[in-house]
Design a protein around this ligand. Sequence first.
Ligand SMILES: [Mg+2]
Length: 432
Amino acid sequence: MTPDPRPSDDMATILHVDMDAFFASVEIRDDPSLVGLPVVVGGAGPRGVVAAASYPARARGIHSAMPMATARRLAPDLVIVPPRGAHYRAVSREVMEVLHTVTPEVDQVSIDEAFLDVRGARRLLGEPAHIAELLRGRIRQQVGLPSSVGVGASRAVAKIASARAKPDGLLVVPVEDTARFLAPLPVGTISGVGPRAVTELGRLGVRTVGDLLAVPPSALRRAVGPQAEALRRLAAGEDRTGLETRRVRDRSLGTERTFDIDLTDPLEIRARLTAMADEVARSLRRHDMLTRTVSIKLRRHDSRTITRSVTLDQPTASSERLREHVIALWERSREEVPRVRLAGVRAENLRRRDEGAEPLELTGRTTGWSDLEAAWDRIGDRFGQGSVHRGSQIRPAGPARPIDAGGPADSTRFSDPRGDRAVPRAQDGGLS
Ligand SMILES: [Mg+2]
């Protein structure tokens, strides 16, 4: 099948990739004698808690965050595996590498899940649904693990869809069907609508996402505060919140992320900023551009936004240099922003690498990035091209699961073959 050369613009292109029972699945992969058994990962001691439960364990009512003692009562034959954090992180990196084979627009949000915007990958790889199946196949083949993918017009919809696709499934919600897909779901399905909001909304007679549309905006604001408009837009199928990665435009280039939960851990904030600095630097190098002004943007929990920038002596596209400046800017601002709702990194004052005479750097190089970084980019390019080639041959895959079966025009694709199942709650905090 030839990918559509003129992808339509109004297509759901946000993917939420979520590993199924991640820690437990890794342990089962590494020890096949555990297949089919109620396996949990977690501490076996008296205060142990379930960190992840295999699907056979879930069938007995065991779920993550449950005390291990309770899990033992539910399944006397329970297999308890102690967690191996470093191992899971290494496997997570392998999964994320697979995701990066289809697009650089990957926003990893936890050890086992990420959002992708595949808008730019459609010309090469085809429709988002095909890209999703391609990724699930590669994760299965190269990492040996099951994953689920939701495709939607926004992060929120993609996330709800992946939860409903589990285990080992794909669920596509076409743009035009979004409101109808969401309408019957309990409001608590929406990530960020916690138990308190569910209670408040219940007082207004709101049980389902669709009920939100019947409530006057002022009443909704009183019940849930400033999220009200976002909720209404989501319920109406108008939410288009994506990864918010921007391309070269007006000679500035940057990326920003809104976090589902405010970040407070300085290590995590630094890690996110480092990743964004690297993303921006790579983007500069891909476009053969250098930057002379680096800025960061931080939005607080109360929506106050601050920006800080620095003008460099030498233009650069080095990940290392950008990272240094971004972290220095963050260090200057961190007291003002104890809780980070949104963070962004931007390169401004851009110029082409070959534009005008660049002053020599101390090393004598004028490229603005190191040989190591250039080599890294070349490896990345080759990796990407190779996988694109493989991807184009993947097409007519074997029989799809029932949930995948609909073509793009089939608006019933979101119907759940396991329809009587409870809807997984997005905010239960466990790995699903
Ligand atoms: Mg998961």
